[in-house]
Design a protein around this ligand. Structure first.
Ligand SMILES: Nc1ncnc2c1ncn2[C@@H]1O[C@H](COP(=O)(O)OP(=O)(O)OP(=O)(O)O)[C@@H](O)[C@H]1O
Ligand SMILES: [Mg+2]
Length: 256
């Protein structure tokens, strides 16, 4: 602790010691609807280091989901370069993007996006089915991740037999099953009450403390408080990019 003048300095030093995992260079995204062009991202440049914990904030329509979709290889930019783990992915085709996504990224959505007819267990193993992983390994990993989110006793339940928080836990388990390095969550607590939101956030905290990079979109200050860095978008531009001193001082105390 003595080595550092402030939490801010501590966090900057800790973060900058890590390799870059996400580098966005002048990313622009325009949606084209007929003859109308809708600008969503306007020349965004950002670097996110391995093991960072980032909250992406900003008003509705500011481009948060668009940016998450590009970072998550669900969509490609109109122009600019996206370097993911040392590889330029901005020019890859859909199949190549799907392959990278499956390997590197775990996605969690506000509305959980579970298949209603499948059990928690079956929802969870879907990414492994797509990746062609054998049954024995699938079953083992599914039990591990469901256990890690506290759902070992709910594996046979279908989504409508689970609470909102439990559904989101299944979605998080599914996002973790391929051991991705990056977890992206777009308003993961948007449909949950505050107590359940806090439980879900403690799972993200733990995922980050195990070495993953976590980026989440939220409108709520209480949720953003968990992250060490807050990036705020406005009209497709980065309006603010700062160390979250509240989370930083917590970490500083824990390590001193
Ligand atoms: N598929 C699409 N086609 C056309 N325009 C789109 C599309 N998706 C988003 N947009 C537009 O791009 C802009 C950014 O949208 P985006 O969904 O990224 O905002 P957001 O910050 O996630 O908002 P919210 O907080 O409401 O989720 C908005 O003006 C939106 O209307
Ligand atoms: Mg959105």
């Amino acid at each position: 602790m003595a080595r550092f003048e402030s939490c801010h300095e501590y966090v900057l030093e800790t973060i900058s010691a890590m390799p870059e995992i996400i580098t966005l260079k002048k990313i622009t995204k325009n949606y084209v609807l007929g003859r109308v062009v809708i600008p969503a991202l306007n020349n965004i440049s950002l670097v996110i280091q391995k093991n960072e914990y980032v909250a992406l904030m900003g008003p509705s329509g500011s481009g948060k989901s668009t940016l998450m979709n590009i970072i998550g290889c669900l969509d490609t930019p109109s122009s600019g370069d996206y370097i993911l783990n040392g590889k330029n992915v901005s020019t890859l085709d859909d199949n190549q993007l799907a392959e990278i996504r499956n390997k590197e990224i775990g996605f969690v959505f506000q509305t959980f996006n579970l298949l209603p007819r499948l059990t928690a267990f079956e929802n969870c193993i879907l990414p492994l089915v797509y990746a062609g992983i054998g049954r024995k390994e699938r079953d083992k990993r599914a039990m591990e991740v469901l256990d890690s989110v506290g759902l070992a006793d709910r594996v046979k339940h279908k989504p409508n037999e689970l609470s909102g928080g439990q559904r989101q836990r299944v979605a998080i388990a599914r996002a973790l099953i391929n051991h991705p390095s990056i977890i992206l969550a777009d308003e993961p607590t948007g449909n949950l009450d505050s107590k359940t939101s806090a439980e879900i956030m403690s799972i993200f905290d733990e995922i980050q403390s195990r070495g993953n990079t976590v980026i989440l979109v939220t409108h709520e200050e209480d949720i953003a408080r968990h992250a060490r860095r807050i990036i705020r978008l406005r009209d497709g531009l980065v309006d603010l990019d700062k160390v979250n001193d509240a989370a930083a001082s917590h970490k500083l105390q824990a390590s001193s």
